[in-house]
Design a binder for this molecule. Structure first.
Ligand code: C2E
Ligand code: CA
Ligand code: CA
Length: 646
């Protein structure tokens, strides 16, 4: 066969493109050293080399006698070595993407390299054997008897990629799967084109296209960079934590959470707030170098300190910086930060556990006005583990509808009856023993589980009410607590209506308790839900009155039927005259405005006498009735329980 005139123009373009991606993907020190990222670099590098060798061999063959034979032979040999290596590294990448966290990944890599290693042996001895190709000045470039071998190896790895991607199942999402198919499918297309126009070399361009697709969609570092500060984002933070924990590196994680940052935004405007964040980011980057800083939340930064030796000193310096002002629109402004520290290797936690333990530390560090440094210790880890365990129990109970709802009958002074009850969640039997609402309600709110829990409580309450009404009870209704999270749900009013309608309970028997902080958090949304439900006949009680803002305008402008005076106010009134006078005045005023009053937490006769003096109509307290299971509460609400006069 005579010399062929090859066209390698497309390869030159591909060479430049892969070169640019190679440089750009490493620029800025933002690349995390994860397996996936490192293998992608290897892919780029091998492809770059393979295309380079391809171009070099074409040029050298064309130059003929002008260059030494040995050089042309060497370039061709290297081309044969690197071309199937492109497919091998791509196969590595697919494996890294799909099975990144598998402990067998090293073994898979080792075994999958064997075919290539054998092939490479053939390629390296080719100058002697001429099995793949031969080159000399007389005959030029000639194909050898095993010339098909590189193609076989190349396409075997492509098929491997297809298989791994197809079998990956739940490991990867559909869109990512399609992207991973790019390389083997483009390679297959190239075979077809190459058959039609053999003199146009396209293999490198094809590989470059596939890598470009991956770069744009999977490996683009913008995915892991926070656009405002240029720091790595939360995604990068968790990926890096995961990596370092797997490598059992002795890192110290430092999380800095800014305090009251909303105040800066509200007072000086969003733009100034952004500038302060950038200043803090720049300061931390300088202080933390060479370690990386992450912006792991709107007002939260983290540093993974890789060396233990000066960690304490660096934390001390950071702490000191946060006790000095930052420049906000030309004037100095204090931005305090709560700093949580975890010596990750000592704690032996999973990534999720470590992040929650740090959350606990940060929360504690933010207590008190000016921020502190709190180191995660065993106590905190135990607390975090308990929180995890409680969360799991809540999920389980929600799934099995296992929560119990107790009822605390509420006493009416006038006739000694119990016309109302408050529904209270109970978890008396769990693997951790009884868990009390003071512990599990905040956890349910933090995890968002409270939303579904409330619907469950409401359903149970409706069923109980249906039973009571069918038995002819003359009660006024049962109250259910609503959490602030409830109001984030767009369909809150509809869901509540649906449940009430399903059990065919007249809406006026349902009373919903909300606290002032709920109203303050989102006045418009709360008002709109309240108005919708009030129209239907649902009644509302303002809970824990006197502990929050005690904003009279809420009582005036919201459709509130009852106000529940918090127990702390009742208790204080007995030894604080001013408090007593205030409670008395407020109760009388509300009473005159037609708002019904409930006193909470009445435990003693003295407190009962005080409540009577205030003219408060309803009393919820252990003195009259404690929260109890439905069967025990039934006689109270049916009116068959003998009337108590206290
Ligand atoms: P809360 O809404 O203020 O509920 C009244 C709490 O006061 C209940 O505590 C009740 O047992 C207690 N209590 C009633 N009378 C007395 C008394 O005379 N003395 C004393 N010391 N306490 C009295 P519980 O059941 O432990 O609930 C605590 C908090 O947990 C509730 O405070 C409420 O904020 C929350 N919670 C309970 N159940 C639910 C629920 O189903 N949903 C929501 N969102 N929160 C709930
Ligand atoms: Ca309540
Ligand atoms: Ca209350």
């Amino acid at each position: 066969m005579g010399p062929v005139s090859w066209h390698a123009e497309a390869e030159v373009v591909a060479f430049v493109i892969v070169g640019i991606v190679l440089i750009y993907s490493r620029e800025g020190n933002n690349m995390l050293p994860t397996l996936k990222n490192r293998v992608f670099q290897l892919c780029l590098f091998t492809t770059f080399l393979s295309i380079g060798m391809n171009i070099a061999s074409v040029c050298l063959i064309a130059a003929g006698p002008a260059v030494p034979v040995i050089l042309t032979d060497a370039a061709n040999t290297l081309y044969f070595v690197t071309t199937p290596a492109m497919a091998l590294t791509y196969f590595y990448y697919t494996i890294a993407y799909v099975y990144e966290h598998s402990s067998h990944i090293r073994r898979v890599y080792l075994i999958s390299t064997i075919p290539y290693a054998i092939y490479m042996g053939f390629a390296l001895v080719n100058p002697v054997t001429n099995w793949l190709f031969s080159y000399d000045l007389q005959n030029g470039y000639q194909r050898g008897p095993l010339q098909i071998l590189p193609y076989v190896v190349f396409y075997a790895y492509c098929i491997g990629c297809l298989l791994v991607t197809t079998l990956s199942g739940r490991h990867i999402d559909g869109p990512i799967r399609r992207i991973l198919y790019a390389f083997p499918l483009v390679a297959a297309m190239v075979i077809v084109v190459q058959q039609i126009v053999p003199q146009y070399i396209l293999s490198g361009s094809a590989a470059a296209c596939a890598l470009l697709v991956i770069y744009l969609y999977l490996q683009n570092k913008r995915i892991t960079v926070d656009p405002l500060t240029g720091l790595s984002n939360r995604q990068a933070y968790t990926a890096m934590l995961e990596l370092r924990l797997r490598q059992k590196r002795s890192i110290t994680v430092v999380v800095m959470s800014l305090m009251d940052f909303k105040f800066i935004n509200d007072t000086f405007g969003q733009k100034s707030g952004d500038r302060v964040l950038c200043q803090i980011a720049a300061y931390l980057s300088k202080e933390a170098a060479p370690d990386r800083v992450y912006r792991c939340g709107g007002d939260e930064f983290a540093v993974l300190m890789e060396s233990e030796t000066d960690a304490d000193e660096r934390i001390r310096r950071i702490r000191k910086r946060f006790s000095q002002p930052w420049d906000v629109s030309g004037s100095g402004c204090m931005v305090y930060a709560g700093v949580g520290v975890a010596r990750a290797w000592q704690l032996k936690l999973s990534v999720e556990e470590l992040i929650s333990a740090l959350e606990c530390a940060v929360a504690e560090a933010k207590e008190g006005g000016t921020g502190r440094v709190v180191v995660c210790d065993d106590r905190m880890v135990a607390r975090m583990k308990r929180k995890h365990a409680v969360t799991e129990i809540l999920k389980e109970e929600l799934l099995n509808q296992g929560f119990e709802v107790y009822y605390q009958p509420i006493y009416r002074r006038e006739d000694g009856s119990f016309p109302v009850a408050e529904a209270l969640l109970r978890l008396p039997n769990t693997p951790l023993g009884p868990i009390y609402p003071d512990e599990f309600i905040p956890i349910a709110e933090e995890t968002g589980l409270i939303v579904q829990m409330t619907y469950l409580v409401l359903a149970k309450v409706c069923r109980f009410l249906r039973e009571l009404l069918d038995e002819g009870a003359k009660l006024e209704g049962v109250s259910v607590n609503l959490s602030v999270l409830q109001f984030m749900q767009k369909d809150l009013a509809d869901r509540i209506s649906e449940i009430i309608d399903y059990y065919q309970v007249p809406a006026r028997f349902i009373k919903l308790e909300i606290t002032e902080s709920v109203v303050a958090s989102n006045y418009e949304a709360v008002l709109s839900v309240m108005e919708k439900l009030a129209k239907k006949g649902v009644q509302f009680a303002l809970d824990d009155f006197g502990t929050g803002y005690s904003n009279l305008s809420y009582v005036m402008h919201l459709p509130v039927d009852m106000v529940k005076i918090d127990r702390s106010l009742i208790w204080s009134s007995l030894n604080n005259d001013r408090c007593a006078t205030l409670v008395e005045a407020v109760s009388r005023t509300f009473g005159q405005a037609g708002i019904r009053m409930i006193a909470e937490g009445v435990e003693t006769g003295e407190q009962a006498a005080f409540v009577q003096r205030c003219g408060i109509e309803l009393i919820q307290g252990f003195l009259y009735a404690k929260p109890m299971p439905p069967e025990k509460a039934l006689p109270y609400l049916m009116g068959t329980k003998e009337l108590v006069k206290k």
